[in-house]
Ligand binder design. Structure first.
Ligand SMILES: Cc1ncc(C[n+]2csc(CCOP(=O)(O)OP(=O)(O)O)c2C)c(N)n1
Ligand code: SF4
Ligand SMILES: [Mg+2]
Length: 281
């Protein structure tokens, strides 16, 4: 039987079209990553000049993202996307690398790179996809897993405290920091466009849903249930200002947390150094 041609608006620009000749989606049904992929893809297509925005990933479910997005992609080792992107930026300062990383990829194995890339304020956009688990490897706990949450490695509920990626990014020196949930595609698109135009290290955290592990193990097996819960647990930065620590327990505070333009950017510093010394060679 002749295979049906699948209609997808951007199929010709997709990596998967070249690789497999058809539309390909590696995510489980209901995975929140699809919403992020679609939103970011549309914002990138608006730019037109796709070669200026290399897509770089570590390892995890979220790192399949470039397979279904437009543009050039580089698939790196687990936790190592940021140093690769730094090298790319220094080699060709005209590029604006876009790094995709999971909460495990960025805040466990890649934590050192995250801190130092923010400290150096390297001009790139880092998209941190936080589903509170290691999705790809079977739903183990992550450094973002909330208190009490069941994962395959916390069968009696998470007892450890978790990291707040936004606070870490700000303290380390990032210059644009935002957090949204996947139930906020308009805010995601606006924030992503802003990050593309920002000169310096931008970090946008997306709170996503993993129905397969995070949901199934916590009595929220349906993506719709998870989405409803996510919306119920979301608090804007403005509202959070009037809430105490107990009221904010288990909530996702969303908004633009920081935008600053007073820190030097790494590739600019090096370009200046090269020109003072008569060129790169
Ligand atoms: C050096 C190394 N250690 C461990 C692994 C196994 N591994 C692959 S993905 C992953 C965690 C992924 O979790 P996260 O970054 O949160 O991404 P998600 O799958 O949730 O999107 C781990 C531990 C690996 N690939 N390489
Ligand atoms: S395991 Fe979870 S994060 Fe990974 S694709 Fe499936 S739903 Fe998405
Ligand atoms: Mg994860």
């Amino acid at each position: 039987m002749k295979q049906q041609e699948l209609e997808h608006p951007h199929i010709k620009e997709m990596v998967s079209y070249e690789l497999m000749g058809k539309y390909y989606n590696p995510f489980c049904p209901g995975c929140g990553y699809g919403i992020i992929a679609n939103t970011v893809n549309n914002a990138l297509l608006e730019r037109g000049d796709l070669l200026s925005y290399p897509l770089i990933t570590g390892v995890g479910c979220c790192c399949y993202m470039p397979f279904i997005l437009v543009g050039n992609s580089f698939y790196c080792l687990h936790g190592r996307a940021l140093p690769f992107a730094t090298g790319l930026k220094l080699a060709n300062p005209k590029l604006k690398p876009i790094v995709w990383s999971g909460d495990g990829d960025c805040l466990s194995i890649g934590m050192g790179h995250f801190m130092h890339t923010a400290r150096r304020n390297v001009d790139m956009v880092m998209l941190l996809l936080n589903n509170e688990v290691y999705g790809m490897t079977g739903g183990q706990m992550a450094p973002t897993t909330s208190s009490g949450v069941t994962t395959t490695t916390t069968p009696f509920g998470m007892r450890e405290s978790s990291f707040d990626a936004v606070k870490l990014a700000i303290d380390a020196g990032a210059t644009y920091v935002a957090r949204w949930t996947i139930a906020q595609p308009f805010q995601i698109a606006k924030s992503f466009r802003k990050a593309l135009d920002h000169r310096g290290f931008s970090m946008i955290e997306f709170i996503s849903i993993c129905p397969t592990y995070r949901g199934r193990l916590n009595e929220l097996p349906s993506p719709v249930d998870m989405l409803r819960q996510l919306k119920a647990d979301t608090v804007s930065l403005k509202d959070a200002a009037n809430m105490d620590e107990d009221q904010l327990e288990g909530k996702h505070v969303v908004g633009e947390f920081l935008e600053r333009h007073d820190r030097p950017e790494l590739s600019t510093l090096y370009e200046k150094l090269w020109s003072e010394r008569g060129g790169r060679g």
